[in-house]
Design a protein around this ligand. Structure first.
Ligand code: GLC
Length: 733
């Protein structure tokens, strides 16, 4: 075949996108290329920001939320620069834009990806009206440590649940024309001590089994961008980690998504202690193919110099610029860079209804002695509404809310005022230590038939750099619960928080406990519906609830250890005084508590009850290239009197293997609606690949990892939660 034909055929193979990008790139100067790698926060004074844009030194700008302003700046980029390359406008749209949905941890508790995808679609429709075409979410950091403030921002402790919810959010955003940005790549949630930005040490096989799968799922769902994480993983801050950003993201996964730094995470390499100065930081970042510098100015300040010194090749810049141009091309910005300046529509009935549904399905019923649902038809039922979170329009929105307006929030108190209720907050905010108001709440409680105690955390106590070393109820809430419980009246505790809290004592004192996380704009109507039985709770814990902070990290898919804790262990107060030096129990537990959590992963009660039949396993017909597959099914009966959703979960346990395997692993789940008295069959497919894991070997200073499924014996459950109290089926591969 002649060279000419070869060229034609290779050109013919090039997509229109590639041809467009190649052509534009070929016409760009080095300064224009570096400009595309620069992302600006608009807090600069106008003339500086506008000069940079007119000089083509800005590729993206974020935190502008006005179509007119976006168009004004966009006209500078499109009509006043040499090549007219449009800006892409970004924003932290994390769990809603104006209409706020539950925090992502609450979204994880819904176990309903279709609902989360719809929420993301509606969110994107709101944000795009203001010119926002790039959302800095979903965050898919699998988190085991509720001390970490950003546990609020992810979908919990499991890679399968997190992967499913993250991918749903990506599809939702991008179906409406807003690019997703899956973050933070990678391992950020493993920060030592649950302290934000702290060091992480993550073995390669654990990185690949637990922390990377949600990123791959989001990219497989089409995520158009990825954000570097702040943390140093095994000595390499992610912005300068070629193993993550090149070996895995580009070579293994073949991703063409744009990789953007986190805010200044490139220049952070200096305080990290990796780089002597910001010029060195720019070199390490470009050599790890961090492609856009968010608010770090290290690329605009040093890349041209590094190229002139021969330390960086222009081809490295070209790779990064391609990613930036590709994102803009795929968003259609070259053809339609401007935003219609019509009056935006926020808080539509559709969005508010979806926000309420999501808030209803994110609430987890953790305890109920029968007090719930409240019989509000009772003619004289006197309800006391109390607690620091009962009427907090802003706090119920949760962390990472810049555009949701509290005045649109509907609080639980506002909805309950339609009934015969009394209201005494007792405490005025979650950290309130002033107990003076508790007496009035107690006096009102004595006259009430039931007490609804809205407890928890203000929004500011979770999120970025909001880590807690103690995760009890803040302020004087525990004392307030003591006083309310002492009245002898039934207390229903509703918790609004950004993390699991160690509420074991309050759970014992309460007649019922509903965990609502921060439920967003429509938290009030959602909680009213659940508490009064107009909605049946279906939420399940997306993360383990520890009994005490000293148990952390505590998660369901842990190893058994060689000395598993037997129960009951000899706890500290049962050790005889003068006890001689002898082992008080050759097993793995703490003297203050066994290993059991307060509430396990995947747990949640309903107003009805469900009975699981036996699990049936069938081998699937052989399918070319798809390995061995099994079908697992189970009939679930609603044995109570409420129509309700149940979340059936598929767990496996590999009983022996090349390496130690976890006690349980979630492999699938299905949220199914079952009318009272009826049965539904859930069916899961399980493949041998799903039973595989990353293996590791070290020989002669060379280590290697590989993915493989062991020939082994497995147990498989279809169960209501990770305790797997149903009868497993045995499977041998
Ligand atoms: C913050 C966060 C990141 C966010 C970015 C832009 O520091 O780590 O998640 O998207 O900066 O605000």
């Amino acid at each position: 075949m002649s060279l000419c034909v070869l060229l034609v055929s290779s050109c013919a193979k090039k997509s229109a996108e590639d041809r467009f990008i190649d052509d534009l790139l070929s016409r760009m100067t080095l300064e224009e290329k570096i400009g595309q790698m620069n992302q600006l926060d608009p807090s600069y004074e106008s003339e500086v920001k506008e000069a940079l844009i007119r000089e083509g030194r800005v590729g993206s700008i974020f935190n502008i939320v006005d179509a007119k302003e976006v168009n004004r700046l966009q006209r500078m980029a499109v009509e006043e620069t040499r090549l007219g390359i449009p800006l892409v406008v970004a924003r932290d749209v994390i769990h809603g834009y104006h209409t706020i949905y539950p925090i992502p941890l609450g979204q994880g508790a819904t176990w309903n990806p279709e609902l989360i995808e719809q929420a993301a679609q509606l969110t994107a429709r709101e944000a795009i009206q203001d010119g926002i075409r790039w959302a800095f979410s979903p965050m898919v950091d699998v988190a085991h440590d509720p001390r970490w403030g950003r546990v609020a921002e992810g979908y919990g402790e499991d890679p399968v649940l997190t992967s499913t919810m993250g991918a749903a959010t990506v599809r939702g955003y991008q179906s409406q024309g807003m690019a997703a940005c899956v973050k933070h790549f990678a391992g950020y949630s493993v920060s030592e001590g649950g302290r934000d930005y702290n060091t992480t040490w993550i073995p390669e096989v654990q990185l690949r089994d637990i922390y990377l799968p949600p990123f791959k799922a989001a990219l497989d769902a089409g995520a158009m961008s990825v954000m570097c994480s702040f943390n140093n993983m095994n000595g390499f801050p992610s912005s300068a980690n070629p193993h993550l950003n090149i070996d895995i993201l580009r070579h293994e996964w073949q991703s063409d998504a744009l990789l953007v730094s986190d805010w200044g995470s490139g220049s952070d390499l200096v305080p990290h202690g990796m780089c002597a100065d910001k010029k060195d930081a720019a070199l390490r970042c470009i050599n790890a193919r961090m492609e856009m510098d968010m608010e770090g100015n290290i690329y605009t300040d040093y890349l041209a110099e590094l190229i002139a010194e021969g330390k960086v090749k222009e081809s490295q810049i070209d790779e990064c610029v391609r990613s930036v141009l590709r994102l803009k091309y795929r968003l259609g910005l070259f053809d339609n860079p401007y935003v219609p300046e019509d009056e935006p529509t926020f808080y539509s009935d559709e969005a508010l209804a979806a926000a309420q549904q999501t808030a209803e399905e994110s609430a987890i019923l953790l305890k109920n002695d029968g007090i719930l649902p409240l019989n509000i038809q009772h003619p004289t039922l006197n309800i006391l509404i109390t607690g620091p979170l009962a009427d907090q329009k802003k706090e119920q929105l949760g962390t990472w809310v810049f555009d949701g307006q509290p005045e649109h929030s509907v609080t639980p108190l506002e909805v309950f005022r339609s009934l015969n209720i009394s209201y005494e907050p007792g405490l005025t905010y979650s950290r309130d230590k002033n107990k003076a108001g508790i007496a009035k709440a107690v006096a009102a409680a004595k006259k009430a038939d039931v007490i609804l105690f809205f407890a928890g955390e203000e929004a500011i106590l979770s999120g970025e750099a909001r880590c807690r070393a103690d995760i009890n109820l803040p302020g004087a809430q525990a004392e307030m619960m003591d006083a309310l419980a002492a009245t002898g009246k039934p207390v229903v505790m509703i918790v609004m928080a950004g993390r699991p809290l160690t509420i074991g004592k309050q759970v014992e004192q309460a007649a019922a406990v509903l965990y609502a996380f921060h439920g967003g704009t429509m938290a009030g109507p959602a909680l009213f519906n659940i508490l009064t039985g107009q909605a049946v709770p279906s939420g399940k814990t997306p993360i383990t609830f520890p009994k005490m902070v000293g148990q952390i990290p505590l998660y369901y898919n842990r190893h058994n250890t060689g000395r598993p804790s037997y129960d009951p262990p000899m706890l500290i107060d049962s050790i005889p005084i003068g006890c001689p030096q002898f082992s008080i129990g050759q097993s793995s537990y703490w003297l203050e508590t066994p290993t059991e959590p307060l509430f396990p992963f995947g747990f949640g009660l309903s107003y009805t009850t469900f009975e699981y039949g036996s699990t049936r396993i069938d081998t699937l017909p052989f399918r070319e290239g798809q390995g061995v597959g099994y079908s697992l099914s189970c009939s679930i009966t609603n044995t109570g009197k409420y129509d309700a959703y149940e979340v059936a979960q598929l767990y496996t346990h590999q009983k022996s293997g090349y390496m130690v395997r976890p006690l349980k692993e979630l492999k699938g789940f299905e949220k199914v609606y079952i009318p009272a008295g009826e049965s539904r069959t859930v069916t899961f497919t399980l493949t041998d690949e799903q039973l595989g894991y990353w293996h590791e070997s070290h020989h002669d200073f060379a280590s290697k990892v590989w993915f493989e499924t062991d020939s082994a014996d497995y147990e498989v459950w279809i169960a209501p939660d990770s305790r797997c109290q149903t009868t497993p089926v045995q499977l041998t591969l």
